[in-house]
Design a protein around this ligand. Structure first.
Ligand code: DC
Length: 228
């Protein structure tokens, strides 16, 4: 009998801090990380580079199915080109959000995402990690933060990277993106029924990370049910 590989899912809106929290939880546990948003962003970048019509659902799904991507020690290579900075740009994120409701695209990315479930464990962040991709995850977190706090965080990140940022534009983009991610009919941004909702606008990153590690420790110390 093969042992179940544990997964912790962290879903939430853009700039809720889920990427940083996922990295920190994974490094504390010695587990791998799946940044599922990066796969949507990589698809968006490839769609743009190949001048594919974003409304052509089959063509976009085909781009996702055939993405030549490698994740290596903090680097992301698309067709051999380092693109980790490029995919963080706002226009790439906005296109990713626009493409994301396409059910064929989501189906094409499903097995790629599940392939990240490797021993000793995985921390997966995104929008539908706990609802669709890893519905059997041992710990599910829904990380929220108010939109002002998230826009300020994103502006700071961009400025630190030397990319110009306008707070009002970011706020407006974020509201549009939140509405689109939440209201789409396919795999919307929604808390799984068994998710723990954590509000990161009132917690530091350390506190958020610790609360997730505590949830995992609690599961480890709970004796397995006999299933009778
Ligand atoms: O997390 P992010 O901002 O990098 O994600 C970019 C876009 O990709 C997001 O606006 C919606 C889409 N996405 C998704 O639909 N499902 C996921 N699991 C992750 C991202």
């Amino acid at each position: 009998m093969s042992a179940i590989i544990p997964v912790i899912t962290i879903d939430g809106p853009t700039a809720s801090g889920k990427g940083t929290v996922a990295q920190r939880v994974a490094s504390a546990l010695g587990w791998g990380v799946l940044d599922s948003g990066a796969l949507y962003r990589l698809t968006a970048l490839a769609v743009q580079q190949q001048a594919i019509d974003p409304d052509n659902e089959s063509a976009v799904a085909n781009v996702a199915a055939t993405l030549d991507v490698q994740f290596r020690l903090g680097q992301i290579l698309l067709g051999g080109q380092e693109v980790s900075e490029l995919i963080r740009q706002e226009h790439v994120g906005n296109l990713a959000s626009r493409l994301a409701p396409n059910p064929k695209l989501r189906a094409a990315l499903l097995s790629r995402q599940r392939a990240f479930r490797l021993a000793p464990g995985l921390v997966a962040d995104g929008r539908d990690m706990g609802t669709i991709v890893f519905p059997d995850a041992q710990v599910k977190i829904f990380l929220i933060a108010d939109v002002q706090a998230r826009a300020q965080r994103r502006a700071k990140q961009l400025i630190e990277k030397g990319i110009s940022a306008n707070l009002e534009d970011l706020l407006a983009d974020m509201r549009v993106r939140d509405a689109r991610d939440t209201q789409r009919s396919v795999a919307p941004l929604i808390a799984a029924k068994d998710a723990h909702v954590v509000d990161s606008s009132t917690l530091t990153i350390d506190q958020t990370v610790q609360s997730i590690l505590d949830l995992w420790s609690r599961i480890l110390s709970t004796p397995p049910s006999l299933g009778v």
